[in-house]
Design a protein around this ligand. Structure first.
Ligand code: ATP
Ligand code: MG
Length: 401
């Protein structure tokens, strides 16, 4: 992609009225645009990062048997009256209160599953979507960490027994940890015990990422690494019995629940006279992008982990247009996603935009480097610059971690 073709532009100044770091950086880098409190457009660069995250999530969901569908965002009141959740404060109501905007989808997926899962042999089933959710959030001041409109992956599982749900729940836990690892967040993200909510006696599990921008507080067991949400605060770790904890601010990037028979009861969903057992598993896709930005940044901008960066390489020419164009084409041919900054800007301006956008690798080609048949390669977040022979670029990049 040539930078002259990009729809968005970078900004030198912080946007007015935005207090959260993720929104400031993403707006300045031309990744998102604010429409109102908690309402953002994902511009082409930001949407590319979102798609990278979506694909990681999709791959890991498919590996554990998930099947993807897409449910509506507009929900008739009737479904929500059946579970008594029509009055919750999150719900935006419209059209004379006949419809609500979906903030979660148990009320839609349960009667839907009931139509297709008719006998024992139809179980278990795992259905998920990646979809826009709406929530009337009173405190929408955290940029894309807390949107009034946001992108979530929600998976629902249907089982005949609690034991079968328990087995699948463990698989989802592992898949979630894999997702955060692939997003670069492994060292910052903790499996966390949280309250079971209204419908289960046991715990639910959250995935909490350590960041000062977080709105939650967790206590990490110094011995086994399990974390406890402050709402389940106890003297001893329920996993290992240790009683030394470290207190950290964190953001919830995922939450998984054993729903039991709560929704099957509300919709009278039974097989052989027994209520169906369900699990639900949420993961905030857009919140994950915001979290990545909060965790990985420096004074110059974002420092994207490889798998979620919108482009692999930021290519800059200082004069040397023809040669840079050749390298650009060769890199794209090799399968790299390259953002070629062909704009009529000073090298300094291009360097600072490369840093701001956080693209993992920067390649600079100038008359000076060409004198040595070389280009300059630098990793974002590192200071060292390496001079690499043009014909060795591909090999160098393959070996780069
Ligand atoms: P929180 O406690 O942060 O308000 P929640 O417990 O209400 O979140 P869930 O209903 O469990 O959230 O939703 C599943 C996931 O969706 C959350 O783990 C989070 O990653 C994401 N999420 C929830 N609310 C928002 C929001 N307003 N904006 C962006 N992502 C959100
Ligand atoms: Mg939650």
């Amino acid at each position: 992609m040539k930078a002259t073709r990009l729809f968005s532009k970078t900004q030198k100044e912080d946007p007015k009225g935005e207090i959260s770091l993720n929104a400031k950086l993403l707006i300045r880098a031309g990744f998102i645009d604010k429409l109102g409190a908690g309402i953002y457009t994902y511009l082409p660069l930001g949407f590319k990062a979102i798609q990278k995250i979506q694909n990681i999530v999709r791959e890991e969901m498919n590996k554990i048997g998930g099947e993807e569908l897409l449910m509506p965002g507009l929900h008739p009141k009737n479904n929500w009256e059946k579970t008594g959740r029509w009055q919750v404060k999150e719900m935006y109501k419209i059209d004379g209160d006949n419809y609500g905007l979906g903030w979660t989808h148990e009320e839609i997926i349960t009667p839907l599953a009931q139509k297709f899962l008719n006998s024992e042999k139809d179980f278990p089933k795992y259905i998920y979507q990646i979809q826009t959710k709406y929530r009337n959030e009173p405190r929408a001041k955290s940029g894309i960490l807390r949107g009034r409109e946001f992108i979530m992956k929600d998976l629902y599982s249907f089982h005949l027994t609690n034991e079968d749900l328990d087995d699948y729940y463990e698989k989802v836990k592992k898949a979630y940890l894999k997702i955060y690892e692939r997003c670069g967040l492994k060292d910052y993200t903790y499996l966390t015990l949280a309250g079971g909510g209204a419908f289960t006696k046991g715990y639910s599990h959250e995935f909490q990422t350590i960041t000062n921008a977080g709105e939650d507080i967790i206590f990490i067991c110094k011995k086994c690494g399990l974390a406890l949400n402050k709402e389940v605060e106890q003297d001893k770790c329920p996993n290992c019995g240790n009683s030394v904890f470290e207190e950290k601010k964190s953001i919830e990037v995922g939450n998984i629940f054993k729903l039991g028979t709560k929704y099957a009861e509300a919709f009278n969903f039974k097989i052989n006279d027994e209520h169906v057992v369900m699990g639900c598993y949420g993961l905030g896709i857009s919140r994950l992008l915001g979290t990545i930005v909060e965790v990985f940044n420096d004074g110059k901008g974002i420092v994207f982990p490889k798998e979620v960066a919108p482009y692999d390489i930021y290519l800059i020419n200082i004069k040397a247009e023809k040669e840079t164009d050749m390298v650009y084409k060769a890199l794209e041919y090799k399968g790299y996603e390259v953002l070629f900054d062909d704009r009529d800007k000073t090298p300094g301006e291009k360097f600072s935009d490369a840093d701001l956008m956080g693209i993992p690798i920067r390649i600079v080609i100038s008359e000076k480097t060409l004198k040595q048949d070389s280009v300059e390669i630098k990793k974002r977040g590192k200071n060292e610059v390496e001079l690499v022979k043009i014909k060795e670029i591909a090999k160098f990049l393959e070996e780069l971690h």
